[in-house]
Design a protein around this ligand. Structure first.
Ligand code: ADP
Ligand code: MG
Ligand code: MG
Length: 255
């Protein structure tokens, strides 16, 4: 059973010559089979948390620890983190011109699985996964994220999720820029994968909308670079009606 343990994590971001502390002691434990919603106002450090766990070079861990099944994640390279079973779907997915989706996915699967999937099986696997997400087959030959609409990028992320089968998936603002139909398809994709019970999901979101489709087991309020309150799904309902003002004391940030 996979467990991601984040303990008293402090992270600074290097901006020009200055360094600013963004995460101020994050504590969070996610186990396989659980879905944790991380909810908080803009600028509270939610994306910084996902980047730090994924190993983005701009985000410097100054203290605290991140363990995956007891292994020190912070000592791992970005590739090693992926092989260990961590998956980050980024809030702003990058474009990779000249690399087709199918090649990109096979390379990623090879890195994670430790061997290249047999081509015939792989083609079938990708086709089935794309069908599940209502993705046009022509999509496989397009360059990664190039000219993709917001909805296409998100479907691509969930396609990766299903094909790479990580132990812990971090989904950052998966709901942003999706219309209701795309949101439903993307959520169904996440739920299909969740049903295996083999993945722990950290679902980062500003709005409660996606939680109607992907039901969390735990909800954490994130403010000022820390988890300030934790509870069950009822906490999301409270945030829906009252916003974040209680945690920020700031009317604007609660909007
Ligand atoms: P959230 O995802 O909750 O909206 P972020 O983690 O994106 O919050 O940002 C938290 C704070 O850290 C913000 O004040 C933001 O400006 C700052 N920050 C995040 N990333 C960078 C960066 N690469 N360079 C400079 N400042 C950053
Ligand atoms: Mg601390
Ligand atoms: Mg963010």
């Amino acid at each position: 059973m996979a467990t991601l343990e984040i303990k008293d994590l402090h992270v600074s971001v290097a901006a020009d010559e200055t360094s600013k502390e963004i995460l101020k002691g994050v504590d969070l434990t996610i186990k396989a089979g659980e879905t944790h919603a991380i909810m908080g106002p803009n600028g509270s450090g939610k994306s910084t948390l996902s980047y730090a766990v994924a190993g983005h070079p701009k985000y410097r861990v100054t203290s605290g620890s991140v363990l995956l099944d007891g292994e020190d994640v912070l000592e791992m390279s970005v590739d090693e983190r992926a092989r260990a079973g961590l998956f980050l779907a980024m809030q702003y997915p990058v474009e990779v011109p000249g690399v087709s989706m199918s090649n990109f996915l096979r390379t990623a699967a090879t890195a994670v699985r430790g061997e290249a999937p047999a081509l015939r099986h792989w083609v079938k696997e990708v086709k089935a996964a794309m069908g599940d997400l209502d993705i046009d087959p022509a999509f496989a030959e397009r360059s990664v994220n190039e000219g993709f609409s917001g909805g296409e990028k998100k479907r691509h992320e969930i396609l990766q999720l299903g094909l790479l089968r990580p132990k812990i998936a971090i989904l950052d603002e998966t709901d942003s820029g999706l219309d209701v139909d795309a949101l439903r398809v993307v959520s169904q994709g996440v739920n299909r994968y969740r049903e295996s019970g083999e993945v722990g999901v950290m679902l980062i979101t500003h709005y409660t909308r996606i939680l109607k489709y992907i039901k969390p087991d735990f909800v954490h309020v994130f403010a000022g670079g820390r988890v300030v309150e934790s509870g069950g799904p009822e906490l999301a309902d409270l945030l829906e009606s009252e916003g974040y003002v209680k945690y920020t004391g700031n009317q604007e940030a609660a909007a």
